[in-house]
Design a protein around this ligand. Structure first.
Ligand code: ATP
Ligand code: LTN
Length: 338
């Protein structure tokens, strides 16, 4: 018998391979994942099923899914300690996704801000998948009976919907799913664009976005050009409402150096933005350097990456299968005779 008292809690998260990982993904999500492996049973995947809600170039999607795995590992996710897999390799995601579509309400889906944002950005392709995406995300999470979902602030709403769907299903059929909680970092939960500090850093805005594989000179240039504020104060002070550009740079600097806002204000007292911006750029360059080098090294070893995602999918499937079987039974499907 499994000893329930010593069983580790489950962590699960995913990122769409719709672009390379950027500083927002790293500070808001992946960086925090790597420290959790000792304490939790961790599952991280490339959300390729999700990414086709927006048109993708097939060859690019395939390349990026594998490259994202290399980037996960380079960010510190040890494949022995974490289950790393490609979502489409575990067919239970699509199957439970369909079922949960039938337990997720139109009104709930209509309130999702990511749907509203993405349909504004892709007015020519507002497809059904884009709308029902949160039901698939709920399936991703509930299949593994996850306790916690480490994500950035923007995913909180989807995590709350997942909880509501899990509770609704459990109320109808008896305890089936663990009701998960989002796990959002204190600093770095919402990194803003370097060009438009009121919008989140996102791969769809390459100018304001620092990719973890960017070359040092590109990172330095992006930080030198970062929008600070139109005030004449030229003073490094944390005031997010008045000075969103400076506050964002301070959050980034704090997340990569571990220094508090007060310490940063003291460090740059009397120095102004001209000294502050390149210093943030340098700190980011040094944080990302080993990650880029390790990713490049791994990308040269495709056989290794293939072995990692094969093992990962096998481990993930074994868990996902158990939950899906239970769900099929609960909703009244006839047991498969073969
Ligand atoms: P898109 O450009 O399609 O909006 P994205 O760049 O936001 O994508 P996602 O795949 O949606 O990336 O997000 C992956 C993870 O990174 C999620 O946990 C999300 O919360 C986190 N994340 C994304 N952008 C940021 C950001 N700017 N700051 C902090 N965390 C972020
Ligand atoms: N919706 C998320 C990506 C995502 C995810 C998940 C995150 C898909 N499935 C399960 C956490 C858990 C996004 O757009 N960032």
């Amino acid at each position: 018998m499994e000893n329930i008292t010593t069983k580790k809690k489950v962590m699960l998260s995913g990122i769409q391979p719709s672009g390379d990982l950027h500083l927002g993904n790293y500070l808001g999500a992946v960086k925090n994942w790597s420290v959790l492996a000792e304490e939790f049973d961790c599952y991280y995947f490339m959300a390729d099923l999700h990414s086709i809600t927006v048109r993708q170039n097939p060859a690019e999607l395939r390349r990026r899914s594998v490259s994202q795995l290399a980037q996960y590992i380079a960010c510190g996710l040890d494949p022995e300690q974490n289950t790393l897999f490609i979502q489409s390799h575990v067919h239970e995601h699509a199957e439970l996704g369909w079922i949960l579509n039938c337990y997720t309400m139109f009104g709930e889906l209509s309130r999702m801000t990511q749907f509203k944002d993405k349909s504004n950005k892709n007015a020519e392709n507002i497809n059904g998948g884009l709308f029902t995406y949160p039901a698939l995300m709920a399936a991703d999470i509930l299949l593994y009976q996850a306790d916690f979902v480490p994500v950035g602030e923007d995913q909180k709403q989807h995590c709350e919907l997942t909880r509501d769907v899990a509770i609704r299903f459990n109320n109808l059929y008896g305890d089936t799913f663990k009701v998960p909680e989002p796990y959002i970092p204190q600093v770095g939960a919402r990194i803003m664009s370097l060009g438009t500090p009121t919008a989140k850093m996102s791969k769809s805005d390459p100018q304001g976005c620092v990719f973890i594989l960017d070359k040092p000179e590109d990172i330095a240039r992006k930080f030198k050009r970062a929008v600070t504020d139109s005030d004449t104060e030229n003073c490094v002070r944390y005031a997010p409402a008045e000075k969103p550009g400076v506050a964002n740079l301070m959050s980034i600097y704090s997340a990569v150096t571990g220094r508090s806002f007060a310490e940063i204000e003291r460090e740059f007292d009397g120095k102004g933005y001209g000294a502050f911006k390149p210093a943030v750029g340098e700190a980011v360059i040094e944080t990302l350097r080993p990650i880029r080098e390790e990713s490049e090294r791994m990308l040269a070893d495709k056989a290794y990456l293939q072995q990692v995602y094969t093992n990962g999918a096998q481990r993930a499937s074994a868990v996902a299968r158990r939950t899906l079987r239970k769900v099929y039974k609960r909703v009244g499907f006839v047991e498969k005779p073969f």
